[in-house]
Design a protein around this ligand. Sequence first.
Ligand code: ACO
Length: 436
Amino acid sequence: MASLTRAGSVTVTLDGSNKSASLPLLEGTLGTPVADIRKLYNDLGIFTFDPGYGETASCESKITYIDGDAGVLLYRGYPIEQLAEQSDFVEVCHLLMNGDLPDAAGLAKFRKDVTYHTMVHEQLRRFFDGFRRDAHPMAVLCGVVGAMAAFYHDNLDINDARQREIAAFRLIAKVPTIAAWAYKYSLGQPFIYPRNDLSYAANFLHMLNAVPAEEYKVSPTLEKAMDLILILHADHEQNASTSTVRLAGSTGANPFACIAAGIAALWGPAHGGANEAVLKMLAEIGDAKNIPAFISEVKDKNSHTKLMGFGHRVYKNFDPRAKIMKQACDSVLKELGVTHEPLLEMAVELERIALTDEYFVQRKLYPNVDFYSGIILKAMGIPTSMFTVIFAVARTIGWISQWKELIEDSSQRIGRPRQIYTGADKRDYVPVAGRG
Ligand code: ACO
């Protein structure tokens, strides 16, 4: 498989001195070339400044590629549109984790490995009782996934490839169980155990919605929609939560701790929390007639109000996932017989206004995946507090694949950024009696 190639160099000269450095220019298979600055401090005695890492490649990766200007997303080279239409989530997990689509036997084995890890240690169940009943399910998910390291000691040696693989299967398989139980706990309903005869998406829906008192049949429409949502959220290269997983992983921390760190980072409203925030925003707007006033507020620099579900660090064009999600949203609502969904109608109107308004056009702000995912989840009967949890269930495969790649990369070092210090100069301590 193709790797990094040298594509010339860039010369950097320090103004007012005769010092210069030649920075190798590196190219991957696709995408923008990067200047290798690893010797910059050695050669010129300077660091680089890039808050938010918007211009900095932090690793070499073979997993996911995004072209933000063209609106392209590839998992291991395969366009997201093709995977969304023709694949299923477990096959996508194999692709992300192992690099290729499996043959029939490989796929069957992978499905079995995922399916037979879905139960969680019975003692882990008791862990839930420590949470307040009204805890946010993301808080519960983060805590319980972190606690997995206390229950699965037999696969904590990150230098053993087989143990890494078992940890990966455990995470992909058990996170939906933990997520569903976080929900059940908030409702005060009994936990529903995983069912091995159901697909990954159907089993998850069953654990979320079934009660022991009666039979629950998973609707094929909801199963298909859930599977699609999982595929679309499975990986997205070096976003905030994935970078958090990699940073934690670079210290040698165990995989469960690293994924818990990713879940914590995902929770923020600027990242995975945006799907929940979109619904709250639509509810607050309340009616399409209030949209112009809301848009004015968004454009007012002093208001700090954002159009949630719009904008992206990398996509300066349509987020391809948002396009697929919008189509799915239309067909799910149709199949569920929802003919009038005021939130969707408001979202469509917001999108129409935002796509023609100078403020959004100039800043290249387009709908991202979260703009429509909340509406589809709501139509599926999933409560708002679970939206980001579902994102975390899907993203677990991306995080674990990126973590494995990091551990298997011989050039990886502990993540340790620099800073520009602008605090006080060196000064002497004055005892309290002598101050002021
Ligand atoms: N509404 C209004 N204005 C926005 C929005 C928005 N949603 N997003 C960006 N802008 C404006 C900024 O105010 C800024 O304007 P300025 O140049 O006048 O100061 C300009 O667009 C550039 O924005 P940045 O903040 O520099 O963009 P950045 O790449 O740092 O942020 C982010 C990206 C965090 C996603 C941002 O667009 C945002 O907060 N969006 C809303 C939250 C959201 O939907 N997050 C989900 C992201 S996708 C995901 O995680 C799955």
